[in-house]
Design a protein around this ligand. Sequence first.
Ligand SMILES: [Zn+2]
Ligand SMILES: [Zn+2]
Length: 328
Amino acid sequence: MSVAVDTAWQKKGFDSLTSHTFFMSTDKSARQKKVVKAIVGHRLCGVCSWWRRNKPGQKVRPHRCVRNHTGSARAMEATSGVKGVKELSEQGTPVEYLEGDGDNTLISKLKSDLNVTMKKRFDNNHVVKNFTKSLYKLKSEKGMKISKATITHLEKCLKYAFSKNKGDATGMEENLKGIVPHQFGDHSLCQARFCGYKRNPTEKYIHRSLPYKTSLHDDSLRERLQDLFKPYTTHAHQYIDLGSSQQCEHANKEVTLRAPKSHHYGNSCSLDYRVHATAAFVNEGRHYISEIAVYPVLVQVIVSFYMPDVQALNEVTKSWVSLRECIQ
Ligand SMILES: [Zn+2]
Ligand SMILES: [Zn+2]
């Protein structure tokens, strides 16, 4: 089975206390991709920290501890990934292909921890995102003159090459090799299918998306861009069958609706419930809530029918008092 893996953090940035990882099936024939596993990672437990803060030195009362990770937030991604792959294979669905951001930490951790060699499949969004990031890094370097419009254009070219050469390794290599020289007015490596100049050499070719509508000139920039493109051209065959993490992004977006980034749910199981509810929603649609809700509502109706209001209130107060005693 081939799965797409994506980890998201509950707070912005990389140093977060909680994360969740979704494993989604990437069966091409299926209309909708489904969540096959959801793992929530906690670096802190609310109850444990309360006891440490208010009753230092005392034994922590028994509770359902959610803390399941020690170490950095970055490592949490790989740990959750390994945990998910392990659980999936134990449940009878071994994973063969991993789609993700091309990050090798998880693959190497799988090899060292479980002795499993996983095949990697690049994912369109992450490849393009990483490429753009490296272009902006180039822009920030001293003496490099590359405008935002050029970066957007190069990004578009890369996306175009990926989508037009699906399943064609030589076509992909040719196309990727032609991109940089084309921007500098050198069309020797271009082909008519992606170059307007080749299609009509007699007319003056206008670079519509580049600044001042002319080709680029800076030789040092050309060299640097060529270096940037090198890994893509040499491993062109890796990009002919790219996965899409769109479904994962969708699931992550849904989580932020149930566990907003401005609120902190990560101290308790609350976050786990919210993440798993999202998984149920992605897989089953909105009906999941009515199916789950039937039972508690039934209980509530029976209780309110047999229990007069005063007694119900007493019950609630009693449980509240015992809860407070429990904490103190
Ligand atoms: Zn705890
Ligand atoms: Zn050209």
